[in-house]
Design a binder for this molecule. Structure first.
Ligand code: 0A1
Ligand code: ZN
Length: 882
């Protein structure tokens, strides 16, 4: 028997325009949990740019075809071929035609959460990337743009609320029945991945927004009954986002309504469907008692992100899925800028860079590395990655650094003017910046095609006699999967020369030119710069603001770093100087521990942290960030090979204890002075004070004294908000095993009816760095609050274990790997997308010491050898083992 042919990878180089276009789509959808009937009427015409005489080929996925007509005439079985995954109409007339397709769906049986499904009884859809083909046969590709009219019909009792894209044009009861309908029309042509509908029993929070030109937009946030009291912050964030996009980018909203629906079962964070965003309820619902400051900040960022997609993603969409970063990288950049303007810019930058390093640098360093714009994929769902999103945003940020704010905005304005209504490419985007600024961006474009984190070595040499400073910079591009021949990149190196009094010295080069806006443009593998006529030896502050996403090493001494930590005018580099001291210490101390040698002295780190803690002029949120040591995975990445997670954990734990002891008076002062006055408010300043206080609590508890554990117990009992309560619970869970169980039980009792809070409870237990954790996690999979069908539960319990518990996932006996592999296989039969994401936790396995690496590889092999894997899991496991 012939084996099924392996599905071929999709390649960017093989892009062809569609053969047929769709101008309008009329959908008639009768909702029913096990038999939803969909009639799609597509007005199609041959694409002048496509291949002449082509058949009509439509995509499907697990579809059941009930009937098919062309121009109103039912088609005979010989003139078409239908399978669950495609529909071909042979020899259609080469002129505009109407195709009418009837399909039958079972939303309740849809556990993949792609296409039309039910979440807690609410009907909802998810169509990005390729979910629309699970609703009807369609040319499911982002360069087919159509105008949609959707009629939704349902039982009035089951789904009193019926929502679609665009504006509602009609609604009412269906006389003589228990059913009702609504018709929605979206005037803006869109790709089918932006289609959405919702039907359910939902509560609405209503508001309105008046746009810059005076149009009133009705805003609605729909949540499960009883939860509308928790949607106020999301609504406030939405209105602020709408205003900000007008002011910062000149983008005004373009429909009469904007609706958001929060659902409990969702594969990702949220989705930017035109005029009808669908959200994971975790990123909508917040109250002081149930959400932390970090939750509030995420809600603000994600509400903004989805809203900003209205222009960067929807009005201008992607030609094909290789261009995903065109909408995602740009929109992440925009949401980061929004949060920076709403909160503290330096603190936001620090948080973003932490995330970039922990997720994206790790991805770039392992077998799953890929370019910001990949050139091939097997399963597009696996490319919603930190590289496409976070590194994609960094590339846009660099464009702004290279061109300056004015040049950048000239490019953005041209992009909106030139490409409104288009399905565009990265080349189209870059051409707008090149044209608006009269520059060549060819070398810059390598950021989109070359994977791997560039390594930059910078060395400064002071010539006392000549009073010059020479800066030598060398760039190295590491080899990454499929890429062996790397070209030098255009790297904007933002820098300052810090004089002994802390003031910046002029950045004049020996040819008389200036490093414009404090930025040197590196273009060659090795370059030298000389700064003449300097009054004193400066300390170079390199890659200020982390302007380039590179791995920098330098010949700065520890004294230089302590100096920068105290004096640098760039807050990011003050933070980074301390992180570098800490990371160097942790790496050296880990090696020393493994080799039985003496640990290095933590004195410089104590000094730098002490100076930061004692500086009353600094923002508490900033101090809290400086105090947060590099994570265990940051240390592992820095070590790079032969990694022993247990040695890393012990070293870090010991350093935290040392710091708690050495900085005790300053930490106690920070704890007692930093509390924000008054009731809880999620604003950035109050959140910063809580962050500092909770960081101090944590470092003090790392000393393990009964007074410090007692403080954490009091903090837990006295908390009037989730930020403080959960911070204390985390301290107790990690530092005080004897008090842990009672605190966990009290927390569970208080929040047992709130799944989003129970997720925190799952996640915390999964992160305990002790041998009993695996058994605990296994037992929790049987807990009534856990469900394999809900992505939030899976991510909280299993995802946290696999990605945030370095010692227990990487147990030397391999039991952590076996457990995760087993779970991935179970989950693959339910929700392949979530299974594949979970499996990506293995991305750094090759860097482990030989014993663990061998066990991780065996677990991966076991997954790979299992018959019937989804394309999602098979793609990840294949690349991880490659
Ligand atoms: N475009 C969304 C991300 C997203 C992607 C796929 C989804 O379903 C599987 C859902 C959301 C965003 O960037 O927010
Ligand atoms: Zn997005």
């Amino acid at each position: 028997m012939l084996r099924d042919a392996e599905p071929q990878p999709v390649r960017l180089s093989q892009y062809r325009p569609p053969d047929w276009l769709v101008d309008t789509v009329h959908l008639d959808i009768r909702l029913h949990h096990s038999a939803t009937r969909v009639i799609a009427r597509l007005a199609m015409r041959p694409n002048p740019e496509g291949r002449e005489g082509s058949p009509i080929v439509l995509d499907g996925d697990e579809l059941v075809l009930k009937s098919l007509a062309l121009d109103g005439v039912p088609l005979a079985g010989t003139s078409y071929a239908a399978t669950p995954s495609s529909l071909t109409i042979f020899a259609p007339p080469q002129q505009p035609v109407t195709v009418e397709i009837e399909t039958l769906l079972a939303p309740s049986a849809n556990t993949k959460l792609m296409g039309l499904y039910r979440s807690s009884g609410t009907y909802c859809t998810q169509c990005e990337a390729e979910g629309f083909r699970r609703i009807t046969y369609f040319p499911d590709r982002p360069d087919v743009l159509a105008v949609y009219t959707t009629r939704i019909e349902a039982e009035r009792d089951e789904a009193p609320v019926l929502l679609g894209n665009g504006n509602k044009v009609e609604s009412g009861p269906i006389e003589g029945t228990t059913r009702h309908f609504a018709i929605w029309h979206d005037p803006w042509p869109k790709p089918c991945y932006l289609f959405a509908l919702v039907g359910g029993k939902l509560e609405r929070v209503a508001d309105s927004f008046t746009t810059a030109t005076g149009k009133v937009v009705e805003l609605g946030i729909y949540v499960e009954p009883g939860k509308s009291g928790r949607a106020g912050y999301a609504m406030d964030a939405l209105k602020r986002s709408m205003r900000w996009d007008e002011e910062a980018f000149g983008c005004e909203y373009d429909l009469d309504v904007f609706n958001i629906v929060a659902v409990a079962d969702f594969n990702m964070g949220a989705m930017e469907n035109k005029g009808l965003n669908v959200f994971n309820d975790k990123y909508v619902l917040a109250s002081p008692e149930t959400a932390t400051d970090a939750d509030y900040a995420n809600i603000e960022a994600i509400i903004a992100h989805e809203y900003f997609h209205n222009w960067t993603g929807n009005r201008i969409t992607c030609r094909d899925w290789f261009q995903l970063c065109l909408k995602e990288g740009l929109t992440v950049f925009r949401d980061q800028e929004f949060s920076s303007d709403q909160r503290s810019r330096p603190v936001k930058r620090i948080a973003d860079v932490r995330l970039l390093k922990s997720h994206q640098f790790a991805e770039d360093a392992g077998p799953l590395a890929h370019p910001v714009r990949p050139n091939t994929y097997r399963e597009i769902n696996n490319f919603y990655t930190a590289t496409v999103y976070e590194k994609g945003a960094e590339v846009v940020r660099m464009l702004k650094t290279v061109l300056g704010a004015e040049g950048f905005h000239a490019g953005m304005d041209l992009y909106f003017d030139r490409h409104d209504g288009d399905a565009a490419t990265v080349e189209d985007f870059l051409a707008c910046f090149a044209d608006a600024n009269g520059v060549d961006l060819e070398q810059f474009a390598l950021w989109y095609s070359q994977s791997g984190t560039p390594e930059l070595r910078a060395e400064t040499y002071w010539n006392e006699a000549a009073r010059t400073l020479r800066l030598d910079v060398e760039q190295r591009l590491p080899l990454t999967p499929g890429q062996t021949d790397k070209q030098p990149m255009l790297i904007p190196l933002a820098l300052g020369l810090v004089g002994p009094d802390g003031a910046d010295l002029p950045l004049t080069l020996d040819d008389g030119s200036n490093a414009e806006r404090g930025v040197l443009l590196l273009r060659q593998p090795k370059q030298s710069f000389v700064f003449p006529d300097l009054p004193h030896r400066p300390v170079a502050s390199l890659n200020r603001g982390f302007a380039a996403p590179v791995k920098l090493s330098s010949n700065l001494t520890t004294d230089d770093l302590v100096f920068l930590a105290r004096n640098d005018a760039d807050p990011f580099n003050r933070f980074d100087a301390v992180q570098t001291i800490a990371l160097t210490h942790l790496v050296t101390a880990t090696q020393a521990l493994r080799e039985g040698e003496a640990a290095p002295s933590p004195a410089p780190l104590v000094e730098a942290l002490g100076a930061t803690l004692g500086n009353g002029a600094l923002d508490p949120a900033f101090i809290a960030q400086v105090l947060a040591l590099p994570s265990e995975s940051d240390i592992a990445r820095e070590i790079g090979r032969d990694v022993d997670p247990d040695a890393i954990h012990s070293t870090r734990r010991l350093l935290r204890r040392t710091l708690g002891e050495a900085l005790r008076p300053a930490l106690e002062a920070a704890y007692s002075h930093a509390a924000p006055a008054g009731g809880y408010s999620p604003d950035a300043a109050s959140a910063g004070r809580r962050a500092l206080r909770n960081t101090a609590l944590d470092l003090l508890a790392a000393t393990g004294t009964s007074a410090d554990i007692g403080r954490a117990l009091t903090h837990f009992d006295a908390a009037d908000n989730m930020t403080d309560r959960f911070a204390a619970l985390s301290v107790l869970a990690h530092a005080a095993p004897p008090d842990r169980e009672a605190a966990l039980a009290a927390f569970y009792d208080r929040f047992r009816d709130d799944p989003l809070v129970i997720d925190k409870w799952f996640a915390l237990q999964a992160q305990i760095s002790e041998p009993g954790t695996l058994e605990r996690v296994r037992a929790l999979t049987e807990h009534p609050a856990f469900a394999m069908s809900n992505p939030n539960r899976v991510r909280s319990l299993i995802g946290s274990f696999a990605s945030a518990n370095q010692t227990q996932f990487n147990r030397p006996d391999g039991a952590g790997y076996e457990f995760v592999a087993e779970t991935v296989l179970t989950l693959d039969g339910i929700n392949p997308q979530v299974a594949a994401r979970l499996l990506a936790a293995f991305k750094s396995w090759r860097a482990l010491e030989a014993g663990r690496a061998g066990r991780a590889q065996s677990a991966l092999r076991r997954v790979a050898e299992t018959p019937g894997l989804s394309p999602d899991v098979s793609d990840i496991v294949g690349r991880a083992l490659d």
